[in-house]
Ligand binder design. Structure first.
Ligand code: GLP
Length: 259
């Protein structure tokens, strides 16, 4: 894992955006895995501002609430439309968000996995992290080799995500999420975490043991994961000085900077 600590979420998101932009320039038909939540908002804003070419890009979102139609304001489809899709020239047929209204959840999940494979696999997966260490909606104790499937949210996640609904009771209990095994197959992973409330999950994910109790810790097994943090989210890491030194002293060919 490469840990990149920046003074603010805006600076960190800007560097992450450069990484995504570089991929889209080098591979116009790139396949992106996308995350929802407040965390990637600035990354998406920055990508939209850059006026990149998205017409051949394919996207797969990590997850969606079961029972919410795409037009529901709390649905992840709406979130993606508002925060990214309507600002870039992505081809609608290339957008994939799990169907929370499907009548056949296992069939849909198998189809989603197949669609990712048919697209050639995910080149770059954007991730946030839940305050309990979840990625996608893979809650603690999720199988570390799980595939796309239905999951039940914990009380903490429903509480955390109630900010996108009128009240906590409106947050669905069930979701469809890419599995941890699905996420691990992405060629490159960019995890973003900002704010004090993510510090503990980040410490466990980056420096703790690999454990299903902190699903993000499985990223320690992934060969190309970059973790972008602001100061607050890095607060409980013990090797901050080392991570900073590594980043500040990279050989040019390894740098995440550039246009
Ligand atoms: C949800 C999403 C995750 C996201 C998490 C954190 O649970 N399924 O993909 O990382 O929320 O959200 P936020 O960025 O709003 O803190």
């Amino acid at each position: 894992m490469e840990i990149i600590i920046q003074p603010t979420a805006a600076v960190a998101s800007g560097i992450a955006a450069r990484l995504v932009a570089r991929l889209l320039r080098e591979k116009p038909s790139a396949v992106l895995g996308l995350a929802t939540g407040n965390t990637p908002r600035m990354l998406y804003q920055e990508l939209a501002r850059r006026k990149l070419e998205w017409s051949k890009v394919t996207t797969f979102d990590l997850d969606e609430y079961v029972g919410l139609p795409p037009e529901h304001p709390g649905s992840y489809y709406q979130f993606m439309r508002e925060n990214l899709f309507r600002h870039v020239n992505v081809t609608p047929a290339n957008i994939h968000v799990p169907d929370g209204m499907t009548k056949d959840i296992p069939g849909f999940c198998a189809h989603y996995e197949q669609a990712i494979r048919a697209a050639g696999g995910i080149d770059l997966q954007v991730l946030g992290i839940g305050s309990d260490g979840h990625i996608g909606f893979n809650e603690p104790t999720s199988s570390l080799s799980s595939r796309t499937r239905i999951k039940t949210l914990t009380a903490q996640t429903r509480r955390d995500n109630s900010k996108f609904f009128e009240c906590e009771a409106d947050v669905p209990h069930h979701v469809i999420t890419m599995g941890i095994g699905t996420i691990l197959e992405a060629r490159q992973i960019v995890l973003l975490a900002f704010g004090e409330q993510k510090a503990q999950a980040i410490a466990q994910a980056v420096e703790g043991p690999i454990s299903a109790m902190c699903p993000a810790s499985v990223l320690q097994l992934h060969p190309d994961t970059k973790v972008f943090l602001d100061e607050a989210a890095s607060r409980l890491l013990t090797k901050v000085d080392y991570y900073r030194w590594v980043y500040d002293n990279k050989p040019d060919w390894q740098k995440t900077s550039g246009p």
